[in-house]
Design a protein around this ligand. Sequence first.
Ligand code: SAH
Length: 261
Amino acid sequence: MIRPGLVSIVGAGPGDPELITVKAMKAIRAAEVILYDRLVNEALLSYADARALRIYCGKSPGQHAMTQEMIQRRLIDYALEGKRVVRLKGGDPFVFGRGGEEALVLAAQGIPYEVIPGITSAIGAAAASGIPLTHRGVAASFACVTGSRCPGGTDGPDGPPIRWDLLAHAVDTLVIYMGVGQLREIRAELLKHGKAGTTPVALIESGTTGLQRTFVSTLAEVHQLAAAVQLSNPALIVVGEAAMIREQLHQLQHQASARIG
Ligand code: SAH
């Protein structure tokens, strides 16, 4: 009997191919099979052995994405063939990455696996935009929330509804993933539950990549800004006073360069 191969569930980081861990890079180098997602920067595949099998799991034009079940089946089948498998995911595999589901399936089959964390897009994009998610006197907490379970969202009824009523008040900085399509609903929920219309909101598109765009508005006006700039995925919505630190940084830099220059 062949000993099953190790499956590494690996975080590829938020987009910039240098924002990956040494451990993740080593796992990619050692892999015989790599199953990678849409948000993974393909430059990372250059670390792989030339003979490694590269399997794209996202949606490509005119083709259907692989279902989660198909991906899991492949992970199991390659591991049972004794292959060293890497499951490469954008950001961190355990933050809206379905890494937990894959770990459960592998564990149930008795297949050895490891999880290698990655910089989740909230952390990467905030850093690249000058938005400290916590800041003394401004923000003492942050939460990562999915926007896809809002009314009209794609995640539908799986799982409990998001408690926007509580999040509006209990957390200082909200980082909303998968929220671009539901921005209007999210905005309406937060306003309905008493979040001030003047609360700063940042929109970060393609954070940490060469295509990054960051915009800052207020909760009252953010939907108009998103439409005006044609905000597109992948993007994060950051709600909270911390978003203003970006503006302060810009002002200070501007003033300093005026003094020097
Ligand atoms: N596991 C990933 C999240 C996958 S869910 C992570 O840890 O980051 C997909 C969502 O992540 C997107 O809808 C978007 O909201 C966010 N996202 C991923 N990469 C991003 C990037 N480079 N810039 C902004 N948002 C990003």
